[in-house]
Design a protein. Structure first.
Length: 303
């Protein structure tokens, strides 16, 4: 995979890929970069529906000009003898170690409550609250009083969620596990992608069973829920939904008369569930496609 800062040409490739409806992974393969690099770039610059290469280039230049300088952290005498992640060592101000430990435990309990395995939650809480946002296996083992194998398993789980990365620094004998500044963005995007996948699966099911059946109606309700959550998280509708809505609007414009869902389905060669979803999308989920009451009245000639 390629590394380094994205170039203007990279951003043009990303914009072209989004316009083709490609997934982030497919765009990343074109660039020879990690999928997370593409997802972060798009999320930072308006999302998939608003991303423009030229605007992203200017925004990146502005961020680099205005990024505050970080003072270099002093290296300890023993490169493998960093302070435990709950000690507060290295912070700008002194923090009561007992208060820090209590906070780390409280934070870990919250992560466990929302579904993380116990050791993974404790590792994440420890790294998030460490002054450097990083730690070695030895440090985590010492702090959490668990085996190295437990730490390894927890780190593997967190890597699967894309919330930490491994760094090997010259002069150090161990890898460091690092929480970087984009961790919460990646977690947010992962959740958004899962909601989009659930919406797409429910939509396919509604088409298969038919919205007139109890199963199809139930799946269409599921689609509406997950598609709405995805829109609230990312802005643009899930892939294909906006195109379907525009197709339905074009069909109604071309027919120049009201059409039922069944008539639209026959004319477009679509299942009725797909038509019903597209009508719902056109009617209210995308602000650019809505008409005001005054506009509707003017078009229909009603007061």
């Amino acid at each position: 995979m390629g590394g380094g800062r994205l170039t203007a040409e990279d951003r043009r490739i990303i914009e072209a890929g989004l316009s083709e409806g490609l997934a982030y992974a497919a765009i990343a393969r074109r660039l020879g970069r990690a999928t997370s690099s593409v997802s972060r770039e798009v999320a930072r610059n308006g999302g998939p529906g608003a991303y423009r290469a030229e605007h992203a280039d200017r925004a990146d230049a502005w961020r680099r000009r205005n990024r505050p300088l970080r003072p270099a952290a002093p290296r300890p005498a023993d490169a493998d003898a960093d302070a435990d992640c709950d000690s507060g060592s290295g912070a700008a101000t002194e923090t009561d170690p007992d208060a820090v430990r209590a906070y780390v435990d409280k934070f870990a309990s919250l992560l466990i409550a929302v579904g993380l395995p116990r050791t993974a939650a404790r590792v994440l809480a420890c790294l998030v609250t460490a002054p450097s946002g990083a730690g070695t296996s030895a440090e985590l083992t010492r702090r959490l009083k668990v085996s190295p194998a437990s730490i390894s398993k927890a780190v593997g789980y967190l890597e699967g969620l894309d919330v930490l990365s491994r760094k090997h620094e010259p002069g150090r004998r161990q890898e460091r596990y690092v929480i970087d500044e984009d961790v919460w963005l990646r977690a947010w995007l992962t959740s958004a992608h899962k909601n989009a996948a659930c919406a797409a699966a429910a939509r396919d099911g509604a088409d298969l069973f038919g919205v007139e059946t109890p199963t199809g109606a139930r799946l269409r309700t599921m689609y509406s829920f997950f598609a709405g959550v995805h829109r609230n998280m990312t802005g643009p509708p899930i892939a294909g939904a906006l195109d379907d809505a525009l197709t339905v609007l074009a069909a109604l414009f071309h027919a120049a008369r009201p059409l039922t869902t069944g008539e639209l389905a026959t004319a477009l060669g679509w299942p009725e569930g797909r038509v019903a979803t597209a009508v719902e999308e056109a009617a209210g989920s995308e602000p650019r496609l809505r008409l005001t009451p005054a506009q509707r009245a003017a078009l229909t000639g009603t007061p």
